[in-house]
Ligand binder design. Structure first.
Ligand code: DGI
Ligand code: FE
Ligand code: FE
Length: 212
């Protein structure tokens, strides 16, 4: 284990060298949107910034390289990831964040690892990065972005569900292989909302758990 740490600006400077301008703008967008959502929901703002900043740190890697890194680290590779290895940028990103950017916090690494497919019972930080990735300001292709941007600050569980719903319908239309985790996560959040077990939000938008 290393004692080394990097500042946000040092990490930004490294990523700027690796990423296209468009990807870097997206990266900063996810950093700041994650921070905003963390402020709204009472998550750790610094961790949200770091997880958002690093979520796509392996996005520049080729399919071969992603497979190589994941095999070396004994990461489980799903059938969809075999067919579409670029999906592995999330799992490889968690490895790179630890090895190259000295991130040791498992909550941050986990938010990076599951940012593409999501997973059932995501932590608040994981839901924040998953959502910020989809709604950050430079995204402009997905349908209903205005609605999702508003709903993300009202009910994050419902927004996670709506994002997964749109992603699955996009993948089906494009005849892309669907990862089992994307499907399982969608089913989990659909059922969660049906059973009304999601994080309660008062009419004024505040969590019921907030004391003041
Ligand atoms: O890396 P980004 O482009 O910022 O965003 P991302 O990591 O969420 O990746 C987005 C792409 O991943 C988008 O085109 C949808 C795709 N995706 C999400 N779940 C699955 C998937 N692609 C396949 N083939 N299968 C999935 O289950
Ligand atoms: Fe990504
Ligand atoms: Fe991204």
């Amino acid at each position: 284990m290393s004692d080394e740490t990097m500042t946000i600006v040092e990490i930004q400077n490294q990523l700027r060298k690796k990423q296209s301008e468009r990807r870097f703008v997206h990266t900063l967008g996810v950093q700041y949107t994650s921070a905003c959502l963390a402020m709204r929901y009472g998550a750790d703002v610094k961790k949200a910034e770091l997880a958002g900043l690093l979520h796509d740190c392996a996005k520049h890697m080729t399919a071969d390289k992603l497979l190589k890194v994941c095999r070396k680290h004994m990461v489980e590779i799903t059938p969809a990831e075999e067919k579409s290895p670029l999906l592995l940028h999330a799992k490889a990103g968690a490895i790179l964040a630890a090895e190259k950017y000295y991130i040791t916090d498992e909550e941050i690494l986990s938010a990076i690892r599951c940012h593409t497919t999501g997973k059932p019972e995501m932590t608040l930080l994981e839901k924040i990065v998953f959502t910020a990735d989809y709604i950050e300001p430079s995204r402009n292709q997905a349908p209903n972005l205005d609605k999702l941007r508003r709903s993300s600050f009202k009910n994050i569980d419902e927004t996670v569900y709506l994002i997964l719903k749109q992603t699955l319908s996009f993948l089906k239309k494009k005849k892309q292989p669907i990862d089992e985790h994307t499907e399982i996560t969608f089913n989990y959040y659909r059922d969660l909302l049906k059973e009304d077990r999601h994080e309660p939000v008062k009419a004024d938008g505040k969590d019921c758990s907030e004391s003041s």
